[in-house]
Write a protein that binds this ligand. Structure first.
Ligand code: RP5
Length: 172
């Protein structure tokens, strides 16, 4: 694979803060990506064009996030046979529950791999993309393996901090 492996699309620039964790995680994984604004409803033609251009430039996976009437991931999936990971974002008065249902409830034939609402989901979208890319890239696979180790170590760190808090006399 070459070029930008992942194309991140968001429905509005107001979605950018919620999607920042996906970008940070892709950076950590050493995965080149582009992030662009494309609205399924306000600029459907541009959305189609961006998907076409991203595929032409080598994108292997799409991550798409939106909040209100969150059809962007499904619309992206309608234009490509590449995997699409959908991130329901919490910008609506219903705090993302409506986005979750819109993103996950795709009709048979057009899947969107849907992650959790909000920042945690955005991070998981990037990890899932890295796992797919890791099927072919040893370098990405190695970073994911290191990440798993660090994740386990962070839990141990949390436990040590908790023990110090609840039983400081036994510390040391
Ligand atoms: C959705 O409408 C976008 O994903 C965004 O979350 C929401 C509101 O967009 P703005 O009015 O902030 O541009 O399509």
């Amino acid at each position: 694979m070459s070029g930008r492996w992942v194309c991140v699309l968001i429905g509005s620039d107001s979605d950018a803060p919620a999607m920042a964790d996906a970008c940070a995680t892709l950076d950590e994984a050493g995965i080149a990506y582009d992030m662009k604004v494309a609205s399924a409803h306000r600029s459907p033609e541009r959305t189609k064009q961006l998907v076409t251009e991203a595929e032409r430039d080598g994108a292997a996976i799409f991550i798409a996030g939106a909040s209100m009437a969150a059809h962007l991931p499904g619309v992206v999936a309608s234009f490509t046979t590449k995997p699409v990971i959908g991130v329901p974002l919490p910008g609506s008065p219903l705090q993302g529950l409506d986005a979750l249902l819109a993103v996950v409830q795709m009709p048979p034939g057009v899947p969107v791999a849907t992650v959790a609402i909000g920042r945690g989901g955005a991070e998981n979208a990037a990890i899932l993309a890295a796992q797919i890319i890791g099927l072919r890239s040893r370098a990405v696979r190695t970073r994911l393996e290191r990440f798993k180790v660090e994740l386990a170590e962070s839990v141990e760190g949390k436990n040590i901090r908790l023990q110090r808090k609840i039983a400081p006399e036994h510390d040391g």
